[in-house]
Design a protein around this ligand. Structure first.
Ligand code: PLP
Length: 411
Protein backbone atom coordinates (compact mmCIF):
# COMPACT_ATOMS: atom_id res chain seq x y z
CA UNK A 1 0.00 0.00 0.00
CA UNK A 2 1.10 3.53 -0.67
CA UNK A 3 0.52 6.54 1.53
CA UNK A 4 -2.87 8.11 1.01
CA UNK A 5 -3.01 11.89 1.11
CA UNK A 6 -5.67 14.15 2.57
CA UNK A 7 -7.62 14.57 -0.65
CA UNK A 8 -9.37 17.64 0.67
CA UNK A 9 -6.15 19.50 -0.23
CA UNK A 10 -6.86 18.71 -3.88
CA UNK A 11 -10.12 20.65 -3.67
CA UNK A 12 -8.34 23.98 -3.17
CA UNK A 13 -8.66 26.17 -6.23
CA UNK A 14 -8.15 29.80 -5.44
CA UNK A 15 -4.36 30.01 -5.30
CA UNK A 16 -4.27 29.96 -9.08
CA UNK A 17 -5.22 33.60 -9.19
CA UNK A 18 -2.17 34.76 -7.27
CA UNK A 19 0.24 32.77 -9.40
CA UNK A 20 -1.64 34.11 -12.42
CA UNK A 21 -0.95 37.68 -11.25
CA UNK A 22 2.76 36.92 -10.88
CA UNK A 23 2.88 35.30 -14.30
CA UNK A 24 1.20 38.24 -16.00
CA UNK A 25 3.44 40.76 -14.25
CA UNK A 26 6.56 38.73 -15.02
CA UNK A 27 5.61 38.39 -18.67
CA UNK A 28 4.89 42.09 -18.94
CA UNK A 29 8.23 42.94 -17.31
CA UNK A 30 10.11 40.55 -19.63
CA UNK A 31 8.44 42.05 -22.69
CA UNK A 32 9.04 45.59 -21.39
CA UNK A 33 12.28 45.45 -19.41
CA UNK A 34 12.57 49.24 -19.05
CA UNK A 35 9.16 49.79 -17.54
CA UNK A 36 9.04 50.58 -13.83
CA UNK A 37 6.11 48.56 -12.45
CA UNK A 38 4.50 49.78 -9.22
CA UNK A 39 2.99 47.06 -7.08
CA UNK A 40 -0.13 48.23 -5.32
CA UNK A 41 -1.45 44.73 -4.76
CA UNK A 42 0.76 43.94 -1.82
CA UNK A 43 -0.77 43.26 1.57
CA UNK A 44 2.59 43.63 3.30
CA UNK A 45 3.77 46.70 5.18
CA UNK A 46 6.90 48.57 4.05
CA UNK A 47 7.81 50.82 7.00
CA UNK A 48 10.45 49.41 9.41
CA UNK A 49 9.89 48.32 13.00
CA UNK A 50 9.64 51.17 15.52
CA UNK A 51 12.98 51.98 17.18
CA UNK A 52 11.52 51.28 20.64
CA UNK A 53 10.66 47.77 19.44
CA UNK A 54 14.11 47.17 17.95
CA UNK A 55 15.78 48.31 21.19
CA UNK A 56 13.70 45.97 23.37
CA UNK A 57 14.22 43.15 20.87
CA UNK A 58 18.00 43.63 20.97
CA UNK A 59 18.07 43.82 24.77
CA UNK A 60 16.10 40.60 25.06
CA UNK A 61 18.40 38.81 22.61
CA UNK A 62 21.34 39.81 24.82
CA UNK A 63 19.54 38.35 27.84
CA UNK A 64 19.22 35.06 26.00
CA UNK A 65 23.00 34.98 25.52
CA UNK A 66 23.73 35.30 29.22
CA UNK A 67 23.49 32.23 31.48
CA UNK A 68 21.96 34.34 34.27
CA UNK A 69 19.04 35.59 32.19
CA UNK A 70 18.70 32.82 29.59
CA UNK A 71 15.19 31.40 29.13
CA UNK A 72 14.16 28.14 27.53
CA UNK A 73 10.58 27.17 26.68
CA UNK A 74 8.10 29.79 27.77
CA UNK A 75 4.39 29.28 28.46
CA UNK A 76 2.62 28.06 25.31
CA UNK A 77 -0.04 30.72 25.89
CA UNK A 78 2.49 33.56 26.06
CA UNK A 79 4.24 35.42 28.87
CA UNK A 80 2.08 37.27 31.40
CA UNK A 81 4.11 40.44 30.91
CA UNK A 82 2.79 40.74 27.34
CA UNK A 83 -0.71 39.46 28.06
CA UNK A 84 -1.08 42.06 30.82
CA UNK A 85 0.07 44.86 28.49
CA UNK A 86 -2.50 43.79 25.91
CA UNK A 87 -5.35 43.71 28.42
CA UNK A 88 -4.28 47.02 29.99
CA UNK A 89 -3.85 48.93 26.73
CA UNK A 90 -6.14 47.36 24.14
CA UNK A 91 -9.13 46.27 26.20
CA UNK A 92 -9.42 47.92 29.65
CA UNK A 93 -9.65 51.48 28.21
CA UNK A 94 -12.65 50.34 26.15
CA UNK A 95 -14.40 48.96 29.20
CA UNK A 96 -13.64 45.33 28.31
CA UNK A 97 -12.54 43.05 31.15
CA UNK A 98 -10.39 40.15 30.07
CA UNK A 99 -8.68 37.59 32.30
CA UNK A 100 -5.09 36.65 31.41
CA UNK A 101 -6.12 33.08 30.60
CA UNK A 102 -8.46 34.38 27.88
CA UNK A 103 -5.57 35.78 25.81
CA UNK A 104 -3.34 33.45 23.77
CA UNK A 105 -0.17 34.90 22.23
CA UNK A 106 0.79 33.40 18.88
CA UNK A 107 3.04 33.93 15.89
CA UNK A 108 0.27 35.18 13.62
CA UNK A 109 -3.39 35.77 12.99
CA UNK A 110 -2.99 33.73 9.82
CA UNK A 111 -2.16 30.60 11.80
CA UNK A 112 -4.78 31.29 14.44
CA UNK A 113 -7.60 31.99 11.98
CA UNK A 114 -6.49 28.94 10.01
CA UNK A 115 -6.12 26.64 13.03
CA UNK A 116 -9.20 27.63 15.02
CA UNK A 117 -11.52 25.44 12.95
CA UNK A 118 -9.72 22.33 14.29
CA UNK A 119 -11.50 22.56 17.62
CA UNK A 120 -14.93 22.46 15.97
CA UNK A 121 -16.72 19.42 14.54
CA UNK A 122 -16.76 18.69 10.84
CA UNK A 123 -20.55 18.85 10.64
CA UNK A 124 -20.76 22.54 11.53
CA UNK A 125 -22.04 24.84 8.79
CA UNK A 126 -19.53 27.56 8.06
CA UNK A 127 -20.37 31.03 6.74
CA UNK A 128 -17.93 33.50 5.21
CA UNK A 129 -18.44 36.96 3.83
CA UNK A 130 -17.76 37.17 0.10
CA UNK A 131 -15.21 38.48 -0.95
CA UNK A 132 -13.07 37.02 1.81
CA UNK A 133 -9.54 36.58 3.21
CA UNK A 134 -8.81 33.13 1.67
CA UNK A 135 -7.39 31.53 4.83
CA UNK A 136 -10.85 31.08 6.41
CA UNK A 137 -12.12 29.26 3.36
CA UNK A 138 -9.11 27.13 2.58
CA UNK A 139 -8.51 25.93 6.14
CA UNK A 140 -12.08 24.62 6.10
CA UNK A 141 -11.57 23.05 2.68
CA UNK A 142 -8.53 21.19 4.03
CA UNK A 143 -10.52 19.99 7.01
CA UNK A 144 -13.25 18.59 4.77
CA UNK A 145 -16.08 20.92 5.75
CA UNK A 146 -16.78 22.52 2.38
CA UNK A 147 -17.01 19.85 -0.31
CA UNK A 148 -15.73 20.64 -3.82
CA UNK A 149 -16.04 23.95 -5.60
CA UNK A 150 -19.04 24.26 -7.91
CA UNK A 151 -19.08 25.86 -11.36
CA UNK A 152 -20.20 29.09 -9.74
CA UNK A 153 -16.81 29.36 -7.96
CA UNK A 154 -18.33 28.56 -4.57
CA UNK A 155 -17.52 25.58 -2.35
CA UNK A 156 -20.76 23.70 -2.23
CA UNK A 157 -21.20 23.32 1.52
CA UNK A 158 -19.95 26.78 2.51
CA UNK A 159 -22.43 29.61 3.07
CA UNK A 160 -21.37 32.77 1.22
CA UNK A 161 -22.62 36.12 2.46
CA UNK A 162 -22.12 38.71 -0.29
CA UNK A 163 -20.67 42.12 0.60
CA UNK A 164 -21.06 44.34 -2.44
CA UNK A 165 -22.10 47.83 -3.49
CA UNK A 166 -25.70 46.63 -3.47
CA UNK A 167 -25.78 46.13 0.29
CA UNK A 168 -23.22 48.83 1.13
CA UNK A 169 -20.72 46.08 2.05
CA UNK A 170 -22.79 45.24 5.13
CA UNK A 171 -23.26 41.47 5.32
CA UNK A 172 -26.88 40.42 5.63
CA UNK A 173 -27.83 37.82 8.22
CA UNK A 174 -27.97 34.30 6.76
CA UNK A 175 -31.34 32.90 5.76
CA UNK A 176 -30.34 29.34 6.62
CA UNK A 177 -28.83 28.50 10.03
CA UNK A 178 -25.03 28.67 10.31
CA UNK A 179 -22.79 27.54 13.17
CA UNK A 180 -19.45 29.22 12.59
CA UNK A 181 -19.27 32.73 11.11
CA UNK A 182 -16.04 34.39 10.01
CA UNK A 183 -16.22 38.18 10.13
CA UNK A 184 -13.28 40.46 9.40
CA UNK A 185 -13.75 44.18 10.06
CA UNK A 186 -12.20 46.50 9.00
CA UNK A 187 -12.35 44.16 6.05
CA UNK A 188 -9.70 42.68 3.85
CA UNK A 189 -10.21 43.01 0.87
CA UNK A 190 -13.01 45.60 0.69
CA UNK A 191 -11.54 48.00 3.24
CA UNK A 192 -15.01 48.68 4.62
CA UNK A 193 -16.00 48.63 8.29
CA UNK A 194 -19.13 47.87 10.35
CA UNK A 195 -20.66 50.25 12.86
CA UNK A 196 -21.44 49.07 16.38
CA UNK A 197 -25.11 48.69 15.48
CA UNK A 198 -24.32 46.62 12.39
CA UNK A 199 -21.97 44.32 14.29
CA UNK A 200 -24.47 44.06 17.16
CA UNK A 201 -26.96 42.43 14.76
CA UNK A 202 -24.45 39.63 14.20
CA UNK A 203 -23.79 39.19 17.90
CA UNK A 204 -27.55 38.99 18.49
CA UNK A 205 -27.90 36.49 15.65
CA UNK A 206 -25.14 34.32 17.13
CA UNK A 207 -26.75 34.42 20.57
CA UNK A 208 -30.15 33.48 19.20
CA UNK A 209 -28.80 30.68 17.00
CA UNK A 210 -26.03 29.28 19.24
CA UNK A 211 -23.45 30.21 16.61
CA UNK A 212 -19.88 31.31 17.19
CA UNK A 213 -18.38 34.37 15.47
CA UNK A 214 -14.70 34.21 14.54
CA UNK A 215 -13.89 37.91 14.46
CA UNK A 216 -10.68 38.98 12.73
CA UNK A 217 -9.66 42.47 13.84
CA UNK A 218 -6.20 42.48 12.22
CA UNK A 219 -6.81 46.02 10.87
CA UNK A 220 -8.22 47.52 14.07
CA UNK A 221 -5.41 50.11 14.27
CA UNK A 222 -6.59 51.75 11.04
CA UNK A 223 -10.03 52.67 12.38
CA UNK A 224 -10.52 56.43 12.17
CA UNK A 225 -14.25 56.89 12.63
CA UNK A 226 -15.90 57.00 16.05
CA UNK A 227 -18.75 54.54 15.71
CA UNK A 228 -16.61 51.65 14.47
CA UNK A 229 -15.90 49.02 17.15
CA UNK A 230 -12.22 48.21 17.73
CA UNK A 231 -13.13 44.95 19.41
CA UNK A 232 -16.20 42.76 19.07
CA UNK A 233 -16.36 42.71 22.87
CA UNK A 234 -17.51 46.32 22.79
CA UNK A 235 -20.83 44.77 21.79
CA UNK A 236 -23.00 43.52 24.62
CA UNK A 237 -23.18 39.76 24.85
CA UNK A 238 -20.22 39.14 22.53
CA UNK A 239 -18.23 37.34 25.21
CA UNK A 240 -20.72 34.47 24.95
CA UNK A 241 -20.42 34.08 21.19
CA UNK A 242 -17.16 35.46 19.80
CA UNK A 243 -13.48 34.68 19.45
CA UNK A 244 -11.32 37.65 18.43
CA UNK A 245 -8.08 37.59 16.45
CA UNK A 246 -5.57 40.44 16.57
CA UNK A 247 -2.16 40.90 15.06
CA UNK A 248 0.87 43.14 15.42
CA UNK A 249 1.61 42.72 11.71
CA UNK A 250 -0.28 45.66 10.32
CA UNK A 251 -0.18 48.07 13.27
CA UNK A 252 3.47 47.67 14.28
CA UNK A 253 5.15 46.28 11.17
CA UNK A 254 5.49 42.73 12.54
CA UNK A 255 4.76 40.90 9.26
CA UNK A 256 8.32 39.57 9.23
CA UNK A 257 8.76 39.49 13.01
CA UNK A 258 5.55 37.55 13.85
CA UNK A 259 3.40 38.21 16.87
CA UNK A 260 -0.36 38.13 17.29
CA UNK A 261 -2.96 37.04 19.81
CA UNK A 262 -6.37 35.43 20.05
CA UNK A 263 -8.99 36.10 22.70
CA UNK A 264 -11.18 33.18 23.76
CA UNK A 265 -13.61 34.20 26.54
CA UNK A 266 -14.44 31.73 29.31
CA UNK A 267 -18.18 32.04 28.60
CA UNK A 268 -17.88 30.43 25.16
CA UNK A 269 -19.20 26.89 24.96
CA UNK A 270 -19.65 24.26 22.28
CA UNK A 271 -21.43 20.93 22.61
CA UNK A 272 -20.51 17.28 22.18
CA UNK A 273 -22.72 14.79 20.33
CA UNK A 274 -24.71 14.13 23.51
CA UNK A 275 -25.46 17.79 24.05
CA UNK A 276 -23.03 18.35 26.93
CA UNK A 277 -21.40 21.80 27.01
CA UNK A 278 -17.62 22.20 26.80
CA UNK A 279 -15.42 25.24 27.26
CA UNK A 280 -14.04 26.51 23.96
CA UNK A 281 -11.25 28.22 25.89
CA UNK A 282 -10.15 24.82 27.28
CA UNK A 283 -10.23 23.25 23.83
CA UNK A 284 -8.09 26.03 22.33
CA UNK A 285 -5.72 25.77 25.29
CA UNK A 286 -5.49 22.03 24.66
CA UNK A 287 -4.84 22.61 20.96
CA UNK A 288 -2.14 25.19 21.61
CA UNK A 289 -0.35 23.28 24.35
CA UNK A 290 -0.29 20.18 22.14
CA UNK A 291 0.79 21.74 18.85
CA UNK A 292 2.47 25.05 19.68
CA UNK A 293 5.46 25.94 21.83
CA UNK A 294 4.99 29.66 22.21
CA UNK A 295 6.44 32.79 20.63
CA UNK A 296 10.09 33.50 21.38
CA UNK A 297 10.98 35.57 24.46
CA UNK A 298 12.74 38.36 22.50
CA UNK A 299 9.73 38.81 20.25
CA UNK A 300 7.30 38.98 23.14
CA UNK A 301 9.59 41.53 24.86
CA UNK A 302 9.80 43.51 21.63
CA UNK A 303 6.00 43.42 21.33
CA UNK A 304 5.68 44.99 24.79
CA UNK A 305 7.52 48.04 23.41
CA UNK A 306 4.64 48.52 20.97
CA UNK A 307 2.68 49.81 23.98
CA UNK A 308 5.39 52.17 25.27
CA UNK A 309 4.84 55.90 24.64
CA UNK A 310 7.74 55.97 22.12
CA UNK A 311 6.46 52.80 20.43
CA UNK A 312 2.94 54.23 20.18
CA UNK A 313 4.24 57.48 18.71
CA UNK A 314 6.17 55.72 15.95
CA UNK A 315 3.36 53.30 15.22
CA UNK A 316 0.88 56.12 14.85
CA UNK A 317 3.25 57.90 12.48
CA UNK A 318 3.47 54.82 10.27
CA UNK A 319 -0.29 54.27 10.27
CA UNK A 320 -0.81 57.96 9.43
CA UNK A 321 1.68 57.55 6.59
CA UNK A 322 -0.26 54.62 5.12
CA UNK A 323 -3.60 56.34 5.65
CA UNK A 324 -2.31 59.41 3.83
CA UNK A 325 -1.53 57.08 0.92
CA UNK A 326 -5.02 55.66 1.22
CA UNK A 327 -6.64 59.07 0.94
CA UNK A 328 -4.42 59.97 -2.03
CA UNK A 329 -5.59 56.80 -3.77
CA UNK A 330 -9.23 57.41 -2.89
CA UNK A 331 -9.22 61.04 -3.99
CA UNK A 332 -7.37 60.41 -7.25
CA UNK A 333 -9.67 57.59 -8.28
CA UNK A 334 -12.82 59.44 -7.25
CA UNK A 335 -11.66 62.43 -9.29
CA UNK A 336 -11.57 60.10 -12.28
CA UNK A 337 -15.21 59.28 -11.68
CA UNK A 338 -14.53 55.77 -10.34
CA UNK A 339 -16.59 54.28 -7.54
CA UNK A 340 -14.20 53.74 -4.65
CA UNK A 341 -14.76 52.02 -1.27
CA UNK A 342 -12.65 51.45 1.83
CA UNK A 343 -9.49 53.40 2.61
CA UNK A 344 -11.15 55.34 5.46
CA UNK A 345 -10.85 52.84 8.30
CA UNK A 346 -8.42 50.50 6.57
CA UNK A 347 -5.38 50.45 4.28
CA UNK A 348 -7.33 48.73 1.48
CA UNK A 349 -9.10 50.48 -1.36
CA UNK A 350 -11.73 48.55 -3.27
CA UNK A 351 -12.42 49.98 -6.69
CA UNK A 352 -15.43 49.20 -8.88
CA UNK A 353 -14.12 48.47 -12.35
CA UNK A 354 -15.11 51.07 -14.96
CA UNK A 355 -17.07 50.41 -18.15
CA UNK A 356 -18.39 47.06 -16.90
CA UNK A 357 -14.94 45.49 -17.22
CA UNK A 358 -14.35 42.34 -15.23
CA UNK A 359 -11.65 42.24 -12.55
CA UNK A 360 -9.02 40.78 -14.88
CA UNK A 361 -9.71 43.23 -17.70
CA UNK A 362 -9.19 46.15 -15.33
CA UNK A 363 -6.09 44.46 -13.91
CA UNK A 364 -4.63 44.12 -17.44
CA UNK A 365 -5.52 47.69 -18.35
CA UNK A 366 -3.75 49.07 -15.27
CA UNK A 367 -0.73 46.84 -15.86
CA UNK A 368 -0.44 47.55 -19.59
CA UNK A 369 -1.18 51.26 -19.58
CA UNK A 370 -0.22 52.54 -16.12
CA UNK A 371 2.23 49.79 -15.11
CA UNK A 372 0.42 49.50 -11.82
CA UNK A 373 -0.42 46.13 -10.27
CA UNK A 374 -3.59 45.67 -8.25
CA UNK A 375 -5.31 42.49 -7.12
CA UNK A 376 -8.35 41.37 -9.14
CA UNK A 377 -11.30 41.28 -6.74
CA UNK A 378 -12.51 37.96 -8.09
CA UNK A 379 -9.45 36.37 -6.44
CA UNK A 380 -11.17 36.87 -3.09
CA UNK A 381 -14.42 35.17 -4.04
CA UNK A 382 -17.22 35.32 -6.61
CA UNK A 383 -18.68 38.57 -5.20
CA UNK A 384 -15.30 40.22 -5.77
CA UNK A 385 -15.87 40.06 -9.53
CA UNK A 386 -16.04 43.55 -11.00
CA UNK A 387 -13.71 45.03 -8.36
CA UNK A 388 -9.98 45.50 -7.89
CA UNK A 389 -8.05 45.94 -4.63
CA UNK A 390 -5.31 48.50 -4.20
CA UNK A 391 -3.32 48.86 -0.99
CA UNK A 392 -1.87 51.86 0.79
CA UNK A 393 1.28 50.02 1.88
CA UNK A 394 3.60 51.29 -0.84
CA UNK A 395 5.78 54.39 -0.39
CA UNK A 396 4.27 57.85 -0.73
CA UNK A 397 6.42 58.45 -3.83
CA UNK A 398 5.22 55.29 -5.55
CA UNK A 399 1.62 55.90 -4.53
CA UNK A 400 1.69 59.39 -6.02
CA UNK A 401 3.44 58.16 -9.15
CA UNK A 402 0.91 55.35 -9.59
CA UNK A 403 -2.02 57.75 -9.22
CA UNK A 404 -0.49 60.20 -11.68
CA UNK A 405 -0.20 57.41 -14.24
CA UNK A 406 -3.74 56.15 -13.66
CA UNK A 407 -5.07 59.72 -13.89
CA UNK A 408 -3.80 59.92 -17.48
CA UNK A 409 -5.89 56.91 -18.55
CA UNK A 410 -9.16 57.33 -20.33
CA UNK A 411 -11.40 55.43 -17.91
N1 PLP B 1 -6.14 38.43 8.87
C1 PLP B 1 -6.31 39.21 7.80
C2 PLP B 1 -7.67 39.65 7.45
C3 PLP B 1 -5.23 39.58 7.00
O1 PLP B 1 -5.42 40.33 5.92
C4 PLP B 1 -3.94 39.12 7.35
C5 PLP B 1 -2.76 39.45 6.53
O2 PLP B 1 -2.78 39.96 5.47
C6 PLP B 1 -3.81 38.31 8.46
C7 PLP B 1 -4.92 37.98 9.21
C8 PLP B 1 -2.47 37.73 8.81
O3 PLP B 1 -1.92 38.29 9.93
P1 PLP B 1 -0.55 37.76 10.52
O4 PLP B 1 0.56 38.47 9.83
O5 PLP B 1 -0.65 38.09 11.98
O6 PLP B 1 -0.48 36.28 10.31
Amino acid sequence: MAVIINENYLLIKSNYIFSEINQRVEKYQNDNPDVDIIRMGIGDVTRPLPRAVVEKFTEAVQEMGDAKSFRGYGPEQGYDFLINEIIKNDYAPRGIDLAPDEVFISDGAKCDTGNIQEIFGLLNTVAVTDPVYPVYVESNVMAGRTGPMGDDGRYQKLVYIPCTEDNGFVPELPTTPVDLIYLCFPNNPTGTALTKEQLAQWVDYARENNSIILFDAAYEAYIREDNIPHSIYEIEGAREVAIEFRSFSKNAGFTGTRCAFTVVPQELVGFDGEGNPHSINSLWNRRQTTKFNGVSYPIQMATCAVYSPEGQKEINESIDYYMNNASIIRNSLENLGLRVYGGINSPYIWVKTPQAMDSWQFFDLLLDEAHVVGTPGVGFGPSGEGYLRLTAFNTLENTEKAMERISKLNL
